[in-house]
Design a protein around this ligand. Structure first.
Ligand code: NDP
Length: 271
């Protein structure tokens, strides 16, 4: 049987750890497969390129997760509900779509056992899947975003939402959230906080923990949380766990999460 090929589709893709994570797991588990990266400029060509490259499965990153949803023949119920796909597997010529970002994130925050209320800073693509899964799991989710436009669909879906401006005009010192999450790209390539300091300086001391989805650096958000002596966590576990769950789909569920984990985890000790 020929080697199975997998890839990451996105634009850009050069920075991603996914090829290393998956190749380490293929090698460690003795699977004859290889994972590469493919810079896809036009999301509408996703399905065509998938078959042209002879792939067995892909992960999809920014900005093609909605195109990936549209390219699938069969969607799992959660992907269907949120409209965002980051993992595709080919079976008998049909494309099966999944979302592993949200369950990966849920698992990453499972160590914070006392959490009931969650404040999302940001309302972009990553928040779209994670906020819905957290709500399904019984968390009370509020979204705070810099501008109004992205909040509209959350509002329509019954979430409590605020722009910074609207939040500042409330008596927010009476609001407390157990977990505060930076779901923005603020701090990724700059030294910005994801929300005004006057808001964070009130909410952080009242929180139980603060989590950033950015990984590989200590963001200003995490630095501020540490100054309040809060438990913190960056986005590394989210990245690792979404990868493990994708690998479970790629390997047709022959390996458990805990069998895959030690191999994939090695990617974080290699630069
Ligand atoms: P999107 O581009 O879809 O959304 C960006 C969000 O960030 C918007 O809500 C935007 O607000 C907000 N934002 C951007 N800059 C600022 C700023 N300076 N101040 C305040 N708000 C800002 O991004 P994604 O949802 O795709 O990604 C969000 C983050 O998640 C990124 O940092 C990404 O690296 C990380 N990520 C991590 C993963 C992991 O495995 N750890 C997986 C996927 C993503 P507005 O609406 O006003 O523009």
């Amino acid at each position: 049987m020929s080697k199975s090929l997998f890839a990451l589709f996105g634009n850009p893709v050069s920075h991603s750890k996914s090829p290393l994570m998956h190749n380490l797991a293929f090698r460690g588990l003795g699977i004859d497969a290889c994972y590469t990266r493919y810079l896809l400029a036009n999301g509408e060509r996703l399905k065509e390129m998938f078959f042209a490259l002879g792939l067995k499965g892909i992960n999809i990153t920014v900005p093609h997760k909605e195109s990936a949803f549209n390219a699938c023949d069969i969607l799992d119920p959660f992907a269907q509900k949120i409209g965002v796909v980051n993992t595709i597997v080919e079976r008998e010529g049909k494309l099966y779509g999944y979302n592993t970002d949200a369950p990966g994130f849920l698992k990453a925050i499972s160590e914070f056992t006392e959490v009931k209320t969650v404040l999302f800073l940001g309302a972009g693509g990553t928040a779209q899947s994670t906020s819905r899964l957290l709500r399904d799991e019984g968390y009370e989710v509020t979204l705070l975003n810099r501008s109004q436009a992205r909040l509209e669909k959350y509002k329509a879906d019954g979430f409590e939402t605020y722009t910074f401006e609207a939040f500042l005009s409330t008596d927010f010192s009476s609001k407390a959230y157990d977990l505060i999450i930076n779901m923005t790209s603020a701090g990724l390539e700059d030294e910005n906080l994801p929300a005004p300091k006057e808001i964070l300086n009130v909410l952080m001391p009242l929180s139980k923990a603060c989590v950033d989805v950015i990984y590989g650096k200590e963001t200003p958000f995490l630095k501020l949380a540490k100054s309040y002596k809060k438990p913190t966590k960056d986005g590394s576990d989210m990245l690792l766990y979404q990868g493990i769950i994708a690998f479970e789909h790629f390997s047709e569920y022959r390996y458990t999460f805990n069998e895959i984990k030690p191999w994939m985890q090695k990617a974080f000790s290699l630069s």
